[in-house]
Design a binder for this molecule. Structure first.
Ligand code: FAD
Length: 481
């Protein structure tokens, strides 16, 4: 007991001293995130008479369309599915808004998302799993925790339930990530590189950090040698423990986990459709983009060609790559090649055998075919103000999904399965990103690209931020001609 108290005291003192002295590297991830939180001043003119095609109707494409219209452009948005919303996949039932793959947001740390919601009068709804105990399964025992309870309370829970070895390993891991997040220039080191073999194989990392943090940075066990440590660290210190709070003028509950449903998507679409300069074509897939004699056009899957002055692709990197190969700048094409694709599985079900009556549970399972660990996250969310009548489990990779279906869930209780794709973070694509994207955007003339993954962790907030940055650059490039 005395040893643990001394260790805790020393660690908390070190953390406090670092925080008080604000020893922060000028290009650390925490500084990057602070910059990302600043409002982007987008010119409100400069595109009058320009016709711009936006490809992709996710949150990136919709928000980009909004800012392009505000600068005077004529915008045509092309979306291959029958609804807009992309990976949010929103739907409206009995007057209530739902999203199918995304579920949570931390509004005060997602300032661009929060500001846009405020602009449309959308109030944040606190999640019902906040303040209720959920569990992380630590090999042979369950570690009970409250979601969003903050750093101090988190330590109290750990202190009560873990062995000394687990606590020491956990503290070392926390410290190493803190170092990468705040004291290092945006880290070029992978998770494995920073933690070393012993800590990456420790039960605290495999059974607590991976299912708790890895699931939120879309990190699979296969990625720990390639996912940058600063991305993982950013989630711990910016989101999970809320040590770095970006937006100050928030309401109390906006500094906690809130519901992310389809309201913002639906409001954006509703407002765009009221603008005479906006055209939206659903069920319309772009299959190519061309430039002939200074004329830019996109080729649609229905044998139609649409001409325009500029194209803004707002799709995932691997979706954009084949479309821009004839027309995009070299540096943009090279950058998009750096983003591998991941298969995600979002399983809506009523098998409560593992989650029981808890609001959430994070788990590490052993894949019986590969003998490797994989993580799942099971949540009973609320969408809008109503209780969602089933449970959601997130699994990544087809081989793990197959194992989960075979060995971990009662298949007869599955209601629906969604299969979104996601670009994954690597050391190649997630270091120095703001500098790289600034350079690429400035180089673009006719064809631009944006998507949530461009900056750090890929949430709705990042999608909106990047749309603002790209639209601003597009306008400035136009004005400087
Ligand atoms: C499992 C999972 C859970 C998540 N949880 C959260 C969460 O809790 N909170 C959060 O903030 N974020 C979450 N996210 C991330 C969030 O979904 C994304 O950040 C966001 O939806 C990305 O929006 P986007 O517009 O950048 O891209 P996308 O949503 O991928 O939109 C791209 C759009 O382009 C369209 N398109 C593609 N190719 C073409 C083409 N050739 N022609 C026409 N249209 C095309 C697609 O149909 C799609 O609509 C989650 C993602 C996943 C996969």
């Amino acid at each position: 007991m005395i040893i643990i108290s001394v260790i805790l005291f020393v660690v908390i003192s070190i953390f406090s001293v670092i925080k008080i002295l604000s020893i922060e590297h000028p290009t650390s991830t925490s500084k990057f995130l602070a910059d990302d939180a600043l409002e982007v001043d987008i010119p409100k003119s400069g595109l009058k008479g320009k016709s711009i095609i936006v490809v992709g109707g996710g949150i990136s494409g919709l928000s980009a369309a909004k800012y392009l219209l505000e600068a005077g452009a004529k915008v045509t948005l092309l979306e291959k599915r029958q609804i807009v919303g992309g990976n949010n996949d929103p739907y409206l039932k009995d007057g209530k808004h739902y999203a199918t793959t995304v579920i949570v947001t931390l509004p005060c740390q997602q300032p661009h998302y929060l500001n846009l919601c405020r602009e449309y009068g959308i109030e944040q709804t606190p999640h019902n799993f906040v303040d209720l105990e959920g569990q992380i399964i630590l090999q042979d025992k369950a570690l009970s925790l409250k979601m969003g309870s903050g750093g101090w309370s988190f330590f109290k829970y750990i202190f009560k339930q873990c062995t000394i070895k687990e606590i020491i390993d956990g503290i070392c891991i926390m410290f190493l990530f803190y170092y990468q997040f705040r004291l290092q220039p945006e880290s070029k080191k992978s998770i494995k590189n920073v933690l070393g073999n012993r800590l990456t194989n420790s039960s605290v990392f495999t059974h607590v950090f991976m299912p708790w943090i890895g699931i939120n940075t879309w990190c699979r066990f296969d990625d720990i040698s390639s996912q940058p440590a600063h991305i993982f660290g950013a989630f711990i210190y910016e989101y999970a423990l809320k040590i770095t709070i970006r937006k100050k003028d928030y309401k109390k509950y906006e500094n906690g986990w809130c519901v992310l449903d389809g309201r913002l998507i639906h409001k954006l679409e509703e407002n765009l459709l009221q603008n005479n300069n906006y055209t939206q074509k659903l069920n319309t897939s772009v299959i190519g983009a061309f430039k002939d004699n200074n004329k830019i056009s996109v080729q649609l899957d229905n044998d139609t060609k649409l001409d325009c002055d500029k194209i803004l692709f707002a799709t995932q990197p691997f979706q954009a790559l084949p479309l821009i190969k004839n027309i995009g700048s070299k540096s943009l094409i090279n950058e998009l090649k750096k983003w591998p694709k991941m298969d995600c599985y979002v399983i809506l079900h009523r098998d409560l055998s593992q989650i029981k009556n808890m609001p959430w549970i994070h788990q590490t399972h052993m894949n019986k075919t590969t003998n490797k660990y994989y993580i799942t996250n099971t949540i009973k969310p609320i969408m809008s103000d109503i209780v969602f009548d089933c449970t959601i489990t997130f699994v990544y990779n087809t081989i793990n999904y197959e194992d989960f279906i075979k060995n971990q869930i009662d298949e007869s209780k599955i209601i629906k399965i969604y299969e979104p794709k996601l670009p994954i973070f690597t050391l190649d694509n997630s270091v120095n990103r703001n500098k790289i994207w600034n350079f690429i955007d400035n180089e673009c003339q006719d064809v631009y690209w944006t998507q949530a993954c461009r900056s750090g962790i890929q949430y709705h907030n990042n999608a909106i931020l990047n749309s603002k940055r790209v639209v601003k650059c597009l306008i400035n490039n136009e004005l400087s001609k």
